[in-house]
Write a protein that binds this ligand. Structure first.
Ligand SMILES: *Cc1c(COP(=O)(O)O)cnc(C)c1O
Length: 355
């Protein structure tokens, strides 16, 4: 840190992304929850052909894509806002709704980028520990004061919080905003989208990075009532009115033309998730019930850091976390069937060597 670095950012805790090796041929990548399918070459070519010329700025109103998303989900364009990845939407929401020094309530085990944002913006995080079975402690969320940020299905665990529990938290205090991060909802979660018409204090954050295979294009979006959406737009237009580039606007339009392929891939990922969970369970792993495109697993004989490094030696990347409560766990993205078969084979090999 140079001596010029802003003193107000002295406690900044930048996010540590999963490894992104540039030589993809030497690794099976199961570490950052990317979608193993698509985008299809034909779709990308159409997106390039249909995009606004690059000498022009992209459309700052983003109307076409907002309308497209709105009609797909049966809401109005005024209920939809767009961001450069959903991480940026989280930034917009924190800026719009959380004054400096205010409190963010979030589970102790969740997406760590929330803490990065609180450190960036001078907010305070109050972690609400997950219950012993790694489920969200709904009663405590209802009782505590602060902006609620919950990933549902939860990041790291993959566990879905039932909609009735989400509604209980939202309705417990109409004076605070609840941000429901639904990055993984398409893989089997229950969406809080219907609640945006019923409650004025909920924002549902989504992304094209996971279920829609466009992590590299960086596109997030949010559903909220009209007033909250206007607030998000106010912030967006104060940071970067051109936050979605022309290619990404076009690629997302194309992606939404073919929902059938999207949902076929999602179904396959769910099948492969169940296959992988069962196989690992036969090796004595415990696997949390996942509604996402990853599984969170632990073995009684294989510490998380060792499983990670032994797999890496064998050309497979997974994610391991150092936080004490989950040090014995690993997070494994659900890839293609053949990649998961390789994972199972290598896991068997590692277990055999240790016995
Ligand atoms: C992946 C992920 C995001 C970020 O997605 P981008 O749209 O790629 O920025 C947000 N929240 C959770 C819980 C995620 O796992």
């Amino acid at each position: 840190m140079s001596r010029y670095f802003s003193s107000s950012l002295s406690s900044l805790a930048p996010y540590t992304p999963g490894e992104q090796p540039q030589d993809l041929s030497s690794f099976i990548k199961l570490n950052t929850n990317e979608n193993p399918y698509g985008p299809e070459k034909e779709m990308v070519e159409k997106a390039v052909a249909g995009m606004r010329k690059l000498n022009l700025y992209p459309d700052p109103s983003q109307n076409d894509l907002r309308l497209k998303i709105a009609s797909l989900y049966k809401v109005a364009k005024e209920n939809v806002t767009l961001s450069n990845g959903s991480d940026e939407m989280l930034l917009f929401c924190f800026l719009a709704f959380c004054p400096r020094g205010s409190v963010i309530l979030t589970p102790d085990i969740t997406y760590s980028f929330y803490n990065t944002l609180t450190s960036l913006l001078g907010l305070k995080t109050k972690e609400i520990p997950l219950l012993d079975d790694f489920r969200v402690d709904v009663d405590t969320f209802c009782r505590e004061k602060g902006t609620v940020v919950i990933a549902n299905p939860n990041a790291l665990t993959g566990i879905n919080l039932p909609l009735s529990d989400v509604e209980r938290i939202i309705s417990s205090d109409s004076n605070r905003i609840c941000i429901i991060d639904e990055a993984y909802v398409d893989f089997g979660g229950e969406s809080a989208l219907p609640l945006i018409m019923k409650y004025p204090n909920v924002v549902v954050v989504r992304t094209f990075s996971k279920s829609r295979s466009l992590a590299g294009a960086r596109l997030g979006y949010a559903f909220a009532g009209e007033e909250l959406s206007e607030d998000i737009e106010r912030v967006r237009n104060s940071i970067n009115p051109y936050n979605i580039n022309s290619f990404t606007l076009s690629a997302a339009m194309e992606k939404l033309q073919d929902e059938e392929t999207t949902w076929r891939n999602i179904e396959e990922i769910r099948r492969v998730r169940e296959y992988t969970s069962k196989e690992l369970e036969t090796f004595g792993f415990s696997v949390l019930p996942s509604s996402a495109n990853f599984i969170f697993v632990s073995s009684p004989v294989l510490p998380g850091d060792m499983y990670y490094s032994e797999l890496k030696k064998r050309g497979i990347l997974i994610r391991h976390f150092t936080k004490e409560r989950i040090a014995s766990f690993s997070r494994i993205t659900v890839g293609k069937r053949e990649d998961m078969e390789t994972l199972i084979r290598k896991t068997q090999e590692i277990l055999n060597e240790r016995i």
